[in-house]
Design a protein around this ligand. Structure first.
Ligand code: PLP
Length: 375
């Protein structure tokens, strides 16, 4: 039986065109970009061309783009720089951030470098902007606000411009983990006043271990990783040339085909929701599933019974790959911290379905039939 992969918020498969763009840099184009002879000059050109491509799509200067090993490193770099170089001593974040943000914030708070507070959430999982403003207004020290552009488990989208306006009003640094939105939406950073955004290549059919941090050109920060002078002294280590090339190619393709692919995926999500509601009426949806939400993610919950407790495991046996929360927490015994933060009923089994351009309605039909059988 063919596998059905509905866990595209965890990772996506590499696009063949992305692989083709990367392959030359795994074979003949192996030079170190720091070498001055032709091998090095060729890979240097590839890295700088990739930077220009990424900068063009985000509408920023190439010098504001730094390639990293992924979303986790980008988040760590931004948070570290805000504390160490930009004078932030209080962090405002939310309880539904990815652990790449939450654990980093907790780390710096445990080492007494900063204090932090969590912004309140509305019942539908959106950030309570009134509470954010109250928290910003009550802080006398410089704040970092780190709030994700889209939640990887429930899909809720942040009103990023409203948050940015509050950050500017109160002089706070603003970082957004855009790992689930870069490559899924056109993002014009001339229209979003922000200090840092993080992105990850493997979420939009690029390679794993490739990522990017946008650093607003007005900021002066030091490296997170020390060593050689790569990335204009900002991120030491020989560049992941094929990863960088793959990241840029994946972003290029995603933006080129955005309208068609987004419409197709949005329809898949809608179809899945309708089928679930008609065939499994006990289903409920988490977050703002049909409002301000990613078109790629549908977070559903099923009542807890003897059968549903083993749901993910049984779906796996039927060759259907979905997740209970984020990829990092689905293997762990504790439930999702995001679902827990939403105060959802504890007697529910959450399942995240997340879609890509490679999924089909037939796959959704088979998934629904299997769910009916298993529940
Ligand atoms: N932030 C979010 C919202 C994510 O979904 C992920 C991936 O799981 C990450 C950060 C981590 O990104 P990476 O896997 O590139 O380190």
């Amino acid at each position: 039986m063919e596998k059905i992969y509905l866990d595209n918020a965890a990772t996506t498969c590499l696009d063949k065109e992305v692989l083709d763009a990367m392959l030359p840099y795994m074979t003949s184009g192996f030079g170190n970009p720091s070498s001055v002879y032709s091998y090095g000059r060729e890979t240097r050109l590839a890295v700088e061309t990739a930077r220009k491509t990424v900068a063009k799509h985000l509408n920023v200067k190439p010098g504001e783009i730094f390639f990293t090993s992924g979303g986790t490193e980008s988040n760590n770099t931004a948070i570290n720089a805000a504390i160490r170089d930009l004078g932030c001593t209080h962090i405002i974040t939310s309880g539904i951030e990815h652990h790449a943000v939450l654990h980093t914030v907790e780390h710096y708070s445990n080492s007494n470098a900063v204090t932090f507070s969590l912004v309140k959430l509305l019942p539908n999982g959106h950030v309570d902007l009134k509470d954010l403003e109250e928290q910003l207004a009550s802080q006398e020290c410089k704040c970092l606000v780190t709030l994700m552009h889209a939640n990887n488990e429930i899909g809720n989208l942040l009103p990023i411009n409203a948050v940015s306006a509050l950050c500017r009003k109160y002089g706070a640094i603003f970082h957004s983990d855009c790992v689930q939105t870069v490559g899924h939406y056109p993002i014009d950073l001339q229209r979003i006043d922000i200090d840092f955004i993080s992105a990850s290549g493997h979420k939009f059919h690029g390679p794993k271990g490739s990522g990017m941090l946008y650093v607003n050109g007005n900021l002066e920060i030091k490296p997170f990783i020390f060593g050689g002078g790569q990335e204009r002294n900002m991120r030491a280590g020989t560049e992941n040339v094929y990863g960088i090339v793959g990241f840029a190619k994946a972003l290029d393709l995603a933006m080129l085909h955005y309208e068609k692919e987004a419409a197709y995926i949005r329809e898949l999500k809608q179809y899945m929701a309708e089928q679930l509601q008609s065939k499994i009426p006990s289903v409920t949806f988490n977050g703002d599933a049909f409002g301000s939400c990613l078109y790629t993610v549908l977070s559903a919950s099923f009542p807890q019974t003897d059968r549903s407790e083993m749901l993910l495991f049984n779906l796996d046996i039927h060759n259907i790959c979905v997740s209970g929360g984020s990829a990092c927490s689905s293997g762990a015994s504790q439930g999702s911290h995001v679902i827990a933060a939403l105060n959802s009923a504890a007697d529910q089994v959450p399942v995240r379905f997340s879609f890509s351009k490679y999924n089909t309605k037939e796959e959704i039909d088979r998934t629904i039939d299997t769910l009916k059988e298993l529940l």
